[in-house]
Design a protein around this ligand. Structure first.
Ligand SMILES: [Zn+2]
Ligand SMILES: [Zn+2]
Length: 406
């Protein structure tokens, strides 16, 4: 959670996400006040902006339901925000980030690359259940998360609401928070009867290589008493060989089910009705994982996943069709893990790929083939400032912002 990261003082992108009425603005305001203001670096180094369509009742301010508010400049495009960044700007706060054009992804990327800290609030999903604006890519590009929930106001539910439902009341369009059970969208799968008494949830454990994601998954496994209800799926590669659901044992002696595609998981669950909690390690490798996770979550399962959200180039894993990015928009909790940068010991958020070419170890190039003939791969965890990608294509804002130190 964001509050605990005060010593993470460079090149960082935090996202506060959730449905309508989940207290995102309140969280933004609290963070500005505690995290930033107590560093006494207010004046010119803080830029607070909001999209004009975000909370239209509060012009020129970010306001929370707790009646706190803070001044914000309204800009309707990423380019307009970029124009306001000066050499002094160190912190950029963006409210309503889901409403911005797609350039916002490049902007946040470039700001982070320059060493700045970005804190943004946005709605994860549209009312049709698909990612809002560029939220999928933004979540993959972020380093730290706070997933907020509201209270489901469907009948007398009062459960945690992670979704936004669009309804028409008296010819007026309104948006209400809904829990995962009461949320409706076209094509919603039927709830599994044996899961009726549990609240579905999706925790995604993300972070760079060597950040301990699988260890945390194992910890979660040990924390649960009813182990009969758990199924752990392990991806076995895109290979021809089929294990016919052989139960293997890894070094921690946790039983897992080998899979080669998403139907292996569906078939296993059809045959094993006692399962209520699904764990999947390294989800980024599984084709069709977004559709699968979406389906199982709305059927009522609890799900815990680990995954690499960014590749060695810093792009969303699988880009331009990153499934893990879209999975992040569905999450009810995102746990970000950090490694330690091998060069400066700051929290490492990136996976650096190094290759040995002609005996020299060097950063891999953006378009290096996955297997370099005669080369040997090395991976290290690094912070954003020590992440090197040779030949990375420039984006819209490349070279625009001076490098800063906070
Ligand atoms: Zn509900
Ligand atoms: Zn570093």
């Amino acid at each position: 959670m964001i509050d605990h990261l005060r010593n993470f003082n460079q090149a960082r992108f935090d996202i506060i996400s959730g449905p309508v009425k989940s207290g995102k603005s309140n969280k933004l305001i609290t963070l500005i006040r505690t995290f930033i203001m107590d560093k006494k670096k207010l004046n010119n180094d803080l830029l607070v902006v909001k999209h004009p369509e975000d909370d239209k009742n509060s012009r020129g301010r970010i306001s929370s339901f707790k009646k706190t508010s803070i001044d914000a400049i309204e800009y309707k495009s990423a380019d307009e925000i970029a124009n306001e960044i000066t050499d002094e700007t160190k912190f950029v706060v963006i409210s309503g980030i889901h409403l911005y054009d797609k350039n916002i992804v490049s902007l946040c990327d470039s700001l982070r690359e320059s060493g700045r800290i970005i804190i943004a609030g946005g709605i994860n999903l549209k009312s049709d259940g698909t990612p809002y604006g560029s939220m999928d890519q933004l979540l993959a590009k972020a380093d730290n998360y706070e997933i907020m929930s509201a209270i489901c106001n469907y009948k007398n539910c009062n459960k945690n609401a992670y979704r936004t439902q669009r309804i028409i009341k008296n010819n007026k369009e309104i948006f209400e928070p809904r829990c995962l059970v009461d949320y409706e969208f076209e094509g919603r799968p039927d709830y599994k009867p044996h899961l009726i008494d549990q609240e579905p949830s999706l925790e995604t454990i993300v972070g760079p290589m060597f950040s301990g994601k699988t260890d945390l998954l194992h910890t979660r496994y040990y924390q649960i008493t009813n182990k009969d209800g758990i199924a752990i799926f392990k991806w076995m590669g895109d290979s021809r060989y089929s294990t016919n659901k052989v139960v293997s044992h890894d070094k921690d002696d946790i039983p897992s089910i080998d899979i080669t595609n998403t139907d292996d998981i569906r078939n296993y669950l059809e045959k094993n009705k006692q399962i209520n909690l699904i764990m999947i390690d390294e989800v980024q490798f599984i084709k069709g994982s977004y559709e699968l996770v979406k389906e199982l979550l709305y059927k009522g399962y609890k799900i815990i996943l680990t995954g690499l959200k960014r590749d060695f180039r810093g792009e969303p894993f699988g880009y331009p069709n990153s499934e893990i990015s879209k999975i992040l928009t569905l999450a009810t909790e995102i746990t970000n893990m950090y490694a330690s940068c091998y060069r400066c010991e700051h929290p490492a958020t990136e996976s650096q790929r190094l290759i040995r070419k002609n005996g020299i170890i060097q950063p891999a190039s953006f378009d290096d083939k996955i297997v370099v003939v005669g080369g040997k791969d090395l991976y290290k965890a690094v912070c954003r400032l020590h992440h090197e990608i040779k030949g990375a294509p420039p984006n819209r804002y490349s070279g625009r912002f001076n490098k800063i130190k906070i």
